[in-house]
Design a protein around this ligand. Structure first.
Ligand code: KIV
Length: 269
């Protein structure tokens, strides 16, 4: 029988991988939507630095600050009771030196109450990852398309199609496991490579645009709810069309106000 978890921990995720149970992960950045996610069986809630795009309208994830990530994470922590809460360390808060990386991770853990941090990159950030894990903070890795490096890549297209990059990704994934990461996100890479990585590791591998041969999936909440029709990557499955629903509701409200149909007697004191 499938084990029921009252609180998901990093150990629960490893157990799920061993038992062949797929892991569900979704982003959240605010209390209102996190409160609704808390009514579901989602395993991991990611306070992603995609908040930079989704919440603030920036073109990339680079501008979001540590203070802003802590603000979003604190709001999510107030709502989530069961899922493991992972927070992205934003660009510029861990790449320069391991001491700074640890300070940033400690601020996230202390000031937001989240359970783990996620960092983008492999061998280049070995020292930062080691320092954070040694301090007792769980770390999730992120390989493949790492949006904080967008200006190095020059495009958001699929990564690691060529052998050299695929080999480096596999080596990086093994290294992240050796360093003690509890899981890895693989973004936008070929299905078979993601499958190979997943089979080579004991820690869970969560994919976004990495096919189904991984241990779990992550999507950005606002994307899967259909809140932005302009964002159409092939990997995205939309479960709702909230852009139409919300604009329709607001349009109707505006009409009601202008026609003096709102409020009515029952809505008045
Ligand atoms: O910031 C984010 O939302 C992410 C996911 C795409 C994995 O890192």
């Amino acid at each position: 029988m499938k084990k029921q978890y009252t609180r998901i921990t990093t150990n629960s995720l490893v157990e799920m991988k061993k038992g062949g149970e797929k892991i569900s992960m979704i982003t959240a950045y605010d209390y209102t939507l996190a409160r609704i996610i808390n009514q579901t069986n989602i395993d991991i809630v990611l306070v992603g630095d995609s908040a930079s795009n989704v919440m603030a309208g920036h073109e990339t994830t680079l501008p979001i600050t540590l203070d802003q990530m802590i603000y979003h994470a604190s709001a999510v922590v107030r709502a989530i009771k069961r899922s493991l809460i992972v927070v992205d360390l934003p660009f510029g808060t861990y790449q320069s030196n391991p001491e700074k990386a640890l300070e940033s991770a400690i601020r996230i853990m202390k000031e937001s109450g989240a359970h783990a941090v996620k960092l983008e990159g492999g061998e280049e950030i070995t020292k930062s990852i080691t320092k954070i894990i040694k301090a007792g903070i769980p770390v999730m890795g992120h390989l493949g398309l790492t949006p904080q490096s967008i200006y190095k890549f020059g495009t958001y297209s699929v990564r690691a199609k060529e052998k050299m990059e695929a080999d480096k990704l596999l080596e990086d994934a093994k290294l992240l496991e050796e360093l003690g990461c509890f899981g890895i996100v693989l973004e936008k890479i070929p299905t078979n490579l993601a499958g190979k990585v997943t089979q080579s590791l004991n820690i869970p591998v969560i994919g976004i645009g990495a096919g189904k041969k991984v241990d779990g999936q992550v999507l950005v909440l606002q994307d899967m709810l259909g809140m932005n029709k302009e964002f159409n990557p092939r990997f995205l499955r939309r479960y709702l069309d909230l852009e139409t629903t919300i604009s329709g509701a607001v349009e109707q409200y505006s009409k009601d106000v202008k026609n003096n149909d709102f409020p009515n007697e029952e809505e008045s004191y």
